[in-house]
Design a binder for this molecule. Structure first.
Ligand code: OAD
Length: 247
């Protein structure tokens, strides 16, 4: 399987990689679903919706501070770095991530579309202006927007919210052009991200799934690799490099 995928990589120009929480699991970032997932311990409607923020902004900020703190302490793993290495083999490469943890940027992938925002950024809950704040947010004293006085919130997408129109249309454009589409570490159940691999496949892309478990997309995929991404991706990159060097 690895040989066939390596050959595809070496013979295609357009690649899209979609990642979800699973790519960061080996860095120590909890996923959302599954036994140990965040949504098994916390209620999303109390923490990740605009209604929750309006009702209890302090609780929402406490939760985001905890996640910021956790994500600030972890580092990209071999899977993140292997994706950055993979990027170099393609004329057109787009990484579409549902993750807000910033680890793909730290691992130096260049073409990134962050579908669900970035946990390190803040924005105004009313006018949406992105606000640079150096210090931590005090849940008991939430700062206000310098433009409209709205409360500051994390710049992530919450349940029931629209994604940034340019980012999602960029992701679908890339999926339509893709010759190879990797879906990595995502349960593939949250829309619209879950439609990207389907779009790519319908347009003729070879679909490759890397996930420790079966997902709703597995049946559609041309290759299903049931291994941790931090294990398989470096093996793939190493194989590609050797093949390229004629070894
Ligand atoms: P999920 O938690 O739903 O799924 C994580 C996936 O990663 C599962 O399918 C696991 O089997 C897989 N996985 C775990 N460890 C892995 C590893 N080492 N290697 C490969 N795969 C592994 O996370 P997402 O699909 O990212 O949205 O969830 C999508 C969205 O739902 C998130 O962006 C978030 C959440 O609610 C918002 O916050 C808007």
């Amino acid at each position: 399987m690895i040989e066939k995928i390596a050959e595809l990589v070496l013979n295609c120009n357009n690649c899209v990689v979609l990642t979800g929480a699973g790519i960061s699991a080996e860095s120590g970032v909890p996923t959302f679903r599954g036994k140990e997932g965040l949504w098994g311990k916390f209620r999303p409607e109390e923490l990740a919706t605009m209604d929750a923020f309006m009702a209890n902004p302090d609780i929402v900020w406490e939760w985001y501070n905890w996640r910021r703190d956790l994500m600030g302490k972890v580092e990209p793993n071999k899977g993140h770095y292997a994706i950055s290495d993979l990027e170099k083999h393609f004329q057109n490469f787009t990484l579409v991530t549902q993750n807000v943890d910033n680890l793909h940027r730290i691992a130096d992938t260049k073409q990134i579309l962050e579908l669900h925002g970035n946990i390190n950024r803040n924005k105004c809950a009313d006018c949406g202006k992105v606000i640079e704040i150096e210090h931590d947010i005090d849940p008991g004293n939430i700062p206000h927007c310098d433009h409209c006085q709205g409360k500051i919130r994390p710049d992530v997408v919450w349940f029931g919210e629209m994604l940034d129109a340019d980012i999602i249309s960029g992701a679908f454009d890339a999926a339509e052009r893709a010759e190879i589409f990797f879906t990595i570490g995502t349960s593939a159940v949250v829309q619209p991200a879950a439609s990207l691999p389907i779009t790519a496949k319908q347009r003729g892309a070879t679909l490759i799934e890397i996930n420790t478990e079966e997902t709703p997309i597995s049946g559609l995929a041309d290759f299903v690799i049931q291994k941790p991404s931090g294990q398989f991706l470096p093996q793939l990159v190493e194989y590609i490099e050797k093949k390229k060097a004629g070894e």
